[in-house]
Design a protein around this ligand. Structure first.
Ligand SMILES: *Cc1c(COP(=O)(O)O)cnc(C)c1O
Length: 466
């Protein structure tokens, strides 16, 4: 039976044996036949889309995804996301909905909230944000007034759009200021403090998209206190490491913590807002921070939540609390460290000299004479997916860049070991060494060889559960 986009094809006989007659067990075969029928109707009713889903599954099997901002979603989470919870409109919160029919919806949202609180050690969790960008917008619009100053890491230095970039609503609605990185690619807390004293932000944002090192939450807290700013920790990239205790948790340093559930939690596209000790903190208008976040999502920023996505979040957050997940995160970190070491051993300049998390940033321009975009294309042409990334002192715009960002989330999900990573480093260096600024594609023979090596590695190390 065909598999579509990682959703395991269910067979009533194999996966859900019918309950013994006379025993009081629910008949789960109806769920199985629902998905089976859905797959049939897609195949028969829309062969074009069916084929695209199949092609995408095959592409993901055959390529090595080293894009740091994603991870393969657990098949069971994909199934929950494709569930009939999509049919329910459920404005409000468990027990306080504006629509009827929410008996199971309430349970699934409460399950997700409880699991989020347990996984992150949070006092409060909101599982309704449609994305991490929305979560950040909620924090800003709930706590600030239009025109208030905010301070975050510059987009060019590895900050995120939603932290005040001029092209983003956060940069249009608020007076956004940025701090950069030191020449060795590290956050310079003295500069953060100096910028904070200069601009007196109402909100200080700590969070990164391309930063390979550990963040010092206590240092950010001290600076926020010095200028009387709220502190937002956006842990979107490192959420899994934080859950597993492999990166310090910001939970009791930051006033608010935001994350997505799809980058390092192997969950659906969506966001979370979390509060630690600060949940009961009073705002000038007398509300608590918890109340401000609750109404900041609904009705301030969003309407009805995506309940099917919340169901998938519940699955991912349950998984995140298991020893197996902690093991995966330990591999995420050790594989990234190995990749940095192996690339450096082959003469590649690694920004900041290594990594503490899942990210490795390489200066491909000085190492191979290829731009970031050239390297991205040459590697994709051979089945290795990365993204171009600006590096400290970059003279190229973001669309070209001098660096490349690697991430190890997918390598861990594929069960690669250190020897496999050494081979990945070999492949990357072989491909980039054969690439020149004038000719971003390898010659046909070298390309075919590289593709064969990537395909063999992918076949040997399939994505877990796919
Ligand atoms: C990716 C990212 C986001 C945005 O996440 P979406 O869910 O795609 O909106 C926000 N903050 C940081 C630090 C990110 O890396």
């Amino acid at each position: 039976m065909t598999n579509v986009a990682g959703v395991p094809a269910l067979s009533p006989e194999r996966d859900h044996p019918r309950p013994n007659p006379g025993r009081d067990r629910p008949d789960t075969s109806s769920l199985a036949s629902f998905y089976e029928q859905a797959l049939d109707s897609l195949e028969l009713g829309d062969p074009e889309l069916h084929e695209l889903l199949g092609d995408e599954l095959a592409r993901q099997h055959e390529t090595l995804a080293l894009v740091a901002s994603c991870s393969p979603v657990s098949p069971a989470a994909l199934l929950a996301e494709g569930s009939v919870f999509a049919n329910v409109t459920a404005e409000g919160y468990p027990g306080r909905r504006f629509h009827a029919g929410c008996v199971n919806v309430d349970k699934v949202e409460q399950l997700a909230v409880d699991r989020a609180r347990r996984a992150f050690g949070a006092r409060y969790a909101n599982v309704q944000p449609h994305s991490a960008s929305t979560a950040n917008q909620v924090v800003m619009t709930a706590l600030l007034r239009p025109g208030d100053p905010i301070l975050g890491l510059d987009l060019d230095a590895g900050g995120h759009l939603s932290h005040g970039a001029p092209v983003n609503v956060s940069g249009k609605l608020f007076a956004a200021h940025g701090y950069g990185l030191s020449p060795d690619g590290l956050i310079d807390y003295d500069e953060v403090r100096a910028k904070a004293l200069e601009h007196r932000p109402k909100l200080l944002i700590a969070g990164t998209t391309a930063y390979p090192r550990t963040l010092d939450w206590a240092a950010f807290r001290e600076i926020a206190d010095e200028v009387g700013a709220w502190l937002l920790a956006d842990i979107t990239h490192i959420a899994g490491l934080v859950v597993a205790g492999l990166h310090p948790s910001p939970m009791d340093h930051a006033d608010v913590v935001t994350t997505c559930t799809h980058k390092q939690l192997y969950g659906p596209r969506g966001g979370l807002i979390l509060l630690g000790r600060s949940a009961g903190t009073s705002l000038p208008d007398g509300r608590t921070l918890e109340q401000a976040m609750q109404s900041g999502i609904f009705p301030l920023m969003q309407g009805a939540p995506v309940v099917n996505s919340i169901a998938a979040k519940a699955y991912a957050l349950g998984l995140a609390a298991t020893p197996e997940f902690a093991g995966t995160m330990a591999r995420v970190r050790s594989l990234a460290a190995t990749l940095a070491t192996e690339l450096a051993r082959r003469g590649v300049r690694i920004i900041s000299g290594g990594t503490d998390n899942h990210i490795v940033v390489a200066d491909v321009l000085s190492s191979f004479g290829v731009t970031g975009v050239g390297a991205e294309r040459a590697l994709e042409d051979c089945g290795i997916l990365v993204n171009k990334n600006r590096i400290v002192g970059d003279t190229h715009p973001a669309s070209v860049a001098s660096g490349v960002r690697f991430g190890s989330n997918s390598m861990a999900a594929r069960g690669l070991d250190d020897q496999d990573v050494a081979e990945v480093a070999d492949l990357v260096c072989d491909i980039l060494a054969a690439t020149t600024a004038d000719s971003p594609r390898l010659d046909a023979l070298a390309r075919a060889q590289a593709r064969r090596r990537v395909a063999a590695l992918c076949a040997r190390r399939p994505i877990a559960g796919y």
